[in-house]
Design a protein around this ligand. Structure first.
Ligand SMILES: NC(=O)c1ccc[n+]([C@@H]2O[C@H](COP(=O)([O-])OP(=O)(O)OC[C@H]3O[C@@H](n4cnc5c(N)ncnc54)[C@H](O)[C@@H]3O)[C@@H](O)[C@H]2O)c1
Length: 324
């Protein structure tokens, strides 16, 4: 199978490319990535010599490069996005251009070239915030941040290309991912690396905000199930099954690194901070046999160990950008 993977140098995209090429030698993958601040080509070093791997540095908003790399592909797995909520609060422009316009450019190219399947990787954040119960795929979209609003726009465009043009589109909406190679601005790697450096960790508000945690390898397994078995025009929630308040998560990270609560700095809450995300992922479990395989305890311990062992990966990234 020939697959175009956008955003393949990022956290989740690179996990997808590495596991796919390592597990299926017949796969041919072209990565299209702009290498923004969060894209790291070295994330793909383990598969750089694989005969099925091609890397193209380019922007998904550029119709010419997108046209070239889409020709001849059997499928597109679309990860590329501006992905950090705090950055979208500081400035929404790149979120609208990459997440919405970039997705439209890709969808048009996929149509033109008769691509057989387009997997649009979305997020549970498009549903907004839920105080009780869990969202099914039928829940109306009510995004609250510029990031989630731009993802919702892309999500709906992708589904519209199925309904209007008959393009074979499937959409995945997953919960918060954690694991190796995550850019150290997101809460798990930011807290681990700050703690390893003896620095404080910034906890938003009162720490009551609740998220469901999904190991990145389970997310990628879910995406492959949807790529191969999902029904065109359908949405699939991908959950992790570990709901934690940020306060509880912070306690687990402090324990894992052997630090105390004196390292926690309570900071002003994020504007418009969603209180709780919770997915009902019964559909992908029942229809496609999905089940997360990595327990949160094991996954978190392995993630902390990875950051301990890969200081040379994250130190330059923290130096490269002004981090909160
Ligand atoms: N991280 C999570 O917890 C999470 C949860 C749900 C959904 N998602 C979605 O998964 C996808 C991947 O997220 P991630 O955490 O790996 O993000 P990331 O920020 O680590 O990676 C994004 C990648 O996209 C590339 N990119 C950005 N703009 C581009 C452009 N215009 N053209 C080409 N490449 C571009 C970047 O260089 C980077 O390699 C995103 O679509 C995100 O919305 C992430």
């Amino acid at each position: 199978m020939r697959i175009l993977v956008t955003g393949g140098a990022g956290f989740i995209g690179s996990e997808y490319v590495r596991r796919r090429l390592e597990s299926d030698p017949a796969t041919r993958i072209t990565v299209l990535d702009k290498l923004t601040y969060s894209g790291v080509e070295a994330n793909l070093a383990p598969v750089a010599k694989h005969p099925g791997y091609t890397f193209v540095q380019g922007d998904i908003c550029d119709p010419d490069v997108v046209d070239q790399v889409t020709a001849g592909q059997d499928a597109v797995v679309h990860f590329a996005a501006e992905s950090h909520v705090d950055r979208s609060i500081d400035g929404a422009g790149p979120f609208v251009s990459t997440n919405v316009t970039g997705t439209q450019v890709l969808l048009d190219a996929a149509r033109r070239h008769g691509v057989g399947r387009f997997v649009h990787v979305s997020t549970d954040e498009v549903y907004g915030s839920i105080s009780e119960g869990s969202w099914t795929e039928a829940w109306p979209l009510a995004p609250n941040s510029p990031y989630s609003a731009s993802k919702a726009g892309a999500d709906l465009l992708a589904l519209a290309y199925h309904r209007t043009h008959g393009l074979d589109v499937v959409v995945t909406r997953c919960t918060n991912n954690y694991g190796p190679y995550q850019f150290p601005e997101k809460v798990v790697p930011l807290f681990i690396t700050n703690l390893l450096d003896g620095k404080p960790v910034p906890l938003y508000g009162d720490g009551r905000n609740m998220r469901d945690w999904l190991h990145v390898s389970d997310h990628c397994r879910g995406i492959d199930l949807v790529l191969h078995g999902g029904r065109a025009g359908e949405v699939y929630n991908i959950g992790g099954g570990t709901e934690l308040t940020n306060h509880k998560l912070t306690g687990l990270l402090l324990d894992a690194v052997g630090a105390g609560w004196d390292r926690v700095e309570y900071v002003a809450d994020r504007k418009g901070h969603d209180l709780r995300y919770s997915l009902d992922d019964g559909k992908i479990r029942e229809q496609l046999g999905y089940a997360p395989q990595v327990s949160f305890t094991d996954g978190l311990a392995a993630t902390v160990a990875w950051y301990r062992a890969h200081r040379t990966w994250w130190e330059p990234l923290k130096a490269r950008v002004a981090l909160r």
